[in-house]
Each structure stands twice: as structure tokens, then as C-alpha cells.
Design a protein around this ligand. Structure first.
Ligand code: NAD
Length: 496
């Protein structure tokens, strides 16, 4: 397998630090336990990571609470927090290559995307909330002469952030940006499958001038550190991104503890609707392949359910099948690779299990379908396309979280809308039509947090991101995210 020598050499020399960051200090777990972190690229051992437990989470929450209560961060003028957060964003860009390499080694995404997408988007998110925070005003209610009513937003306190491994830094930044800009303290629990960049971010934050205790990171497993954080009585809100299965637990943890706010950003099975009045089928096929196979299909918003009008289904399927091999898996450290390794063996086995289920249920595999590069010791799966899928099949209903696309057909617009909405998820959707009326009509009818028309790639920190139905509640990104990490206060003043 070809490799970019420089990245491979740098990877060989890297000794990542997997200790927690609490109160501005690198620390081992209280009981000294660690777990092994291996790279999915080749199963090489990357190092030992602190295995945080309730005691570690408790120490982090205590540090975060102390920082909040003495107002070392919340008490700073918004313009001052802005400057410090902008420095934090600059530090992230300054450490671009190190962070990108850590991300790629940890979870297997191609180095070119860690460099061009993950690091810059993380920095931009932090900078964007920094820039916003001294431009937001509170409200005064319309009252009689005898009173004044102020409606203000206050930082909430201690925010627990629990994030997945598919975009480790970006998902963390979507919580950190609004939570820190608003003046909160944060305890971040990264996925046990991708802990390294989170720990580095916390160090960079301290270097940038964010006071110790304001941003803490406790690595560990979900059922240990994650559960302890979500159950903690002194955490005011949980910003969770992950599976719908664990999102349900977050609500349960809140109910069993202090009724902390829970904001869930969960799974998806996004529908991509191609109507027969859309002329540029080739562009639609290239777009769906690019969006589906980006990040090895490990994206919550991957357009994994493709609904095509039966008149163009054959042509469209052939175009997508022809496109798939250009996403052949390769070594993520090779700068030309576009599809890397799946995050671990369990994930690879899950994805291969879905591929078997698709064939067993009678879908037709028109591209891929196999494990790849097994000789590397890493976890790779070919970009896979199934045609002849019906909406009752497992591969059409469940989130696979791998490079597997299902193509279904429809006869009428009504049927297309009904199929698209017949899912427990509602994260994103896309409509492809040259008819202005149809595009608007269908976009309006789709039950999804984001609907794309004749494209799938546009995305920006300026717009909300989140789902309907079991894809979650709350929204990451945009100014709306401030709502999640602030409390609304009304202050009535009598005027004599
Ligand atoms: P996951 O739910 O298994 O884990 C997410 C996080 O929760 C991890 O940090 C994990 O350690 C922790 N966790 C697991 N069990 C826990 C428990 N019992 N208590 C507390 N914490 C626990 O999800 P994953 O496999 O890491 O990520 C993939 C999922 O994330 C997919 O479903 C994907 O769609 C979703 N996702 C959603 C969005 C979005 O914005 N909607 C974005 C990215 C990923």
C-alpha cells in the first residue's frame, strides 16, 4: 500500500499523551487505570489512555464548578472572552498538522481531510462563537410605567459534553464554542475510540489563556466516565452527540439525577430523492456518492437511503455504481486517499453484517460488498451500493454508519415523500428536481432538520444542525446553539 513517507514517519515517532486534563493539568486516572488505544489503520498500539471513572469525573466537575462559581471566566467581559477564544482558535490552527495526524491515527480518516476539514472547521467554530459573543444583546419587555422587566441570558454553569468518534474535534467544538463563549465551564468526555485530540485541545485552551478548570477532559468508556458525567448532580446540562440508543439513556440519566438539560444529536438515515424531471443525473450521482462515502460513511447525515423515480432508476444506479470504485479504500496516511479505515474491528464487523443482511433480504449488490486491505491489519470496507432495496429491509431502516448505500425506487411524488418520511430518523434529506414548485413542495413535506435542494454539500457554522424525531432535539451550530447553554432570566423592577 503506498504511503506518504513524511506522514508515516511522523506517525511512527508520535507518542500521544492520553492523560486527562483537569484544572489545567495533565493527570492520570485517580486509580491509575488505563486502556490501550490502537490505530484502525493497521492495529498498531498508539498508547495508554487514562480510563476515567466516577472519581475522575467528580474531580473534573468540582474543578469546573469552582471555576464557574468564582467567575474567573463567566465574569470576564464578553469582549475579553472573545479575544481569548480567538487565540484558542489560532492555537488550533497553529497545531494543525499535529491535530490532523492524531485524528487520522485515532479513527482512520484520510489525512487530507483531517487537514482540510476537521482542523479548520474546529478552529472556525471556536472563532465564530468568539466573534458572536460581544454582539448579542438581551431584551427589555414592554411593561407599564410602573415597572421594568429585563430578560437576560446567563451562563448555565457546568456543561457535560459527550461526543462520538466520527468527527472527534468538530463534534467537541460544536459544544465548546457556544458553551465557552457564553461563560460556562465544560467537562468533555471524548469517545474511547478517539480520545487524543480532545486532550490536546484542552492543553491548547490553557495556553491560549482560558483559565484552568474552565475546560476539562476526562477520557474513558461510555458506561464508566460517560455515565458518571451524565448522572452527576452538579452538571447543569449534557450536550450529547452519539447514537440514538445512548441518547435514550441520557434522558434516563437526567431523570434519575438532577433533571439536567439534555440536548441529543443522534443518528440518521437521510433520504436523497431523485425525481425524473431532474436532468443532470450525473451530477446527482457524483454528489450522492461523494456525500455517502465521505468519512467512510461514518457521518450522521450520510445520504444512505437513495430514493429514485423508477423511470430513471436504472440509469442513476449505473452512474452511482460506476462512481463507487473511485472511493476505493487506501492508507489514510497517504495524501491521495479518499476513503480510510473504519474506526475499529467491531465497526467493520457491524458494517459487513449489514452487507450480508442486504444480500440475504434480496437486495442486489451493484458495487463493493467486501472487506478490503485485510493484509494491513486495519479495518477497511469497499464502498458498497445496493439496488432493489425495499423500505422494510434492515439496510433501509437502520443506521449502518459505514460506506453502504441503499437505492429504492418510487412511482409518484406522494410515494417518494411517504417513503422518505417513513423512518424513525429525521436528520437530513435532499430533493433533486428541476421543477421549482416540486422542489419547494417536497422540501416542505420532508420531516428533517436540514433539507438540501439539488445539492448535498453546503454546510456552515452559520446554520443550525440537528434532527427531527429520533435524530435528536436541540440544535448544534448557529446562534441558536447559545439557547442550549444559557438560562433565560426575567428580572422585574418596580419603578416608583
Ligand atoms: P455512541 O452513542 O456509542 O457513543 C457516543 C458517546 O457516548 C461516546 O463518547 C461514548 O463513550 C458515550 N457513551 C456510550 N455509552 C454511554 C453510556 N451508557 N453512558 C454515557 N455515555 C455513553 O455513538 P458513537 O458510535 O460514538 O457515534 C456514532 C453515532 O453518533 C451515530 O449514531 C451517529 O449518527 C451519531 N452522530 C450524530 C451527529 C449529529 O449531529 N446528529 C453527529 C455525529 C455523530
Amino acid at each position: 500500500m503506498p504511503q506518504s513517507n513524511s506522514w508515516a514517519a511522523r506517525a511512527a515517532d508520535l507518542r500521544p499523551d492520553g492523560r486527562a486534563v483537569i484544572d489545567g493539568q495533565r493527570v492520570a486516572a485517580v486509580d491509575g487505570q488505563t486502556f490501550e488505544k490502537r490505530s484502525p489503520i493497521d492495529n498498531r498500539l498508539l498508547g495508554a489512555v487514562a480510563r476515567g471513572q466516577a472519581a475522575d469525573v467528580d474531580a473534573a466537575v468540582r474543578a469546573a464548578r469552582a471555576a464557574f462559581d468564582d467567575r474567573r471566566w463567566a465574569g470576564k467581559a464578553p469582549a475579553v472572552r472573545k479575544k481569548i477564544l480567538q487565540r484558542f482558535a489560532d492555537k488550533i490552527l497553529g497545531a494543525k498538522e499535529e491535530l490532523a495526524l492524531l485524528e487520522t491515527l485515532d479513527m482512520g480518516k484520510p489525512i487530507q481531510y483531517s487537514l482540510s476539514v476537521d482542523v479548520p472547521s474546529t478552529a472556525r467554530c471556536i472563532a465564530w462563537y468568539a466573534e458572536a459573543v460581544d454582539k448579542i444583546y438581551d431584551e427589555i419587555a414592554p411593561t407599564p410605567d410602573s415597572a421594568l422587566a429585563l430578560i437576560t441570558r446567563e451562563a448555565m454553569g457546568v456543561i457535560g459534553a459527550i461526543v462520538p468518534w466520527n468527527y472527534p474535534m468538530i463534534m467537541a467544538a460544536w459544544k465548546l464554542g457556544p458553551a465557552l463563549a457564553a461563560g460556562n465551564s465544560v467537562v468533555l468526555k471524548p469517545s474511547e475510540k478517539s480520545p487524543y485530540t480532545a486532550c490536546r485541545l484542552a492543553e491548547l485552551a490553557v495556553e491560549a489563556g482560558i483559565p484552568p478548570g474552565v475546560f476539562n477532559v476526562v477520557p474513558g468508556f461510555g458506561h464508566e466516565a460517560g455515565e458518571a458525567l451524565a448522572l452527576h448532580m452538579d452538571v447543569d446540562a449534557i450536550g450529547f452527540t452519539g447514537s440514538t440508543r445512548v441518547g435514550r439513556r441520557m434522558l434516563d440519566y437526567a431523570g434519575r439525577s438532577n433533571l439536567k438539560r439534555v440536548y441529543n444529536e443522534l443518528g440518521g438515515k437521510s433520504a436523497f430523492l431523485v425525481f425524473d424531471d431532474f436532468k443532470d443525473l450525473e451530477r446527482a450521482a457524483k454528489t450522492v456518492a461523494g456525500s455517502m462515502f465521505f468519512n467512510q460513511g461514518e457521518s450522521c447525515n450520510a445520504p444512505s437511503r437513495v430514493l429514485v423515480h423508477e423511470r430513471v432508476a436504472e440509469e442513476f444506479t449505473a452512474l452511482v455504481a460506476a462512481e463507487a470504485p473511485s472511493y476505493a479504500p487506501g492508507n489514510p496516511l497517504d495524501t491521495g486517499t479518499v476513503l480510510g479505515a473504519l474506526v475499529d474491528e467491531t465497526q467493520m464487523r457491524t458494517v459487513l453484517g449489514y452487507i450480508d443482511a442486504g444480500s440475504a433480504e434480496g437486495a442486489r449488490c451493484v458495487a463493493g460488498g467486501q472487506q478490503a486491505l485485510a493484509q494491513t491489519g486495519g479495518y477497511y470496507v469497499e464502498p458498497t451500493v445496493f439496488a432493489g432495496v425495499s423500505n422494510g429491509m434492515k439496510i433501509a431502516r437502520e443506521e449502518i454508519f459505514g460506506p453502504v448505500m441503499s437505492i429504492l425506487t418510487f412511482k409518484t411524488e406522494e410515494e417518494a415523500i411517504a417513503l422518505a418520511n417513513n423512518s424513525s430518523y429525521g436528520l437530513q434529506a435532499s430533493v433533486w428536481s428541476d421543477g421549482l414548485n416540486r422542489a419547494h413542495r417536497v422540501a416542505r413535506a420532508l420531516r428533517a432538520g436540514t433539507v438540501h435542494v439539488n445539492q448535498y454539500d453546503e454546510d456552515d457554522i452559520t446554520v443550525p444542525f440537528g434532527g427531527y424525531k429520533q435524530s435528536g432535539n436541540g440544535r448544534d451550530k448557529s446562534l441558536h446553539a447559545f439557547d442550549k447553554y444559557t438560562e433565560l432570566k426575567t428580572t422585574w423592577i418596580r419603578l416608583d
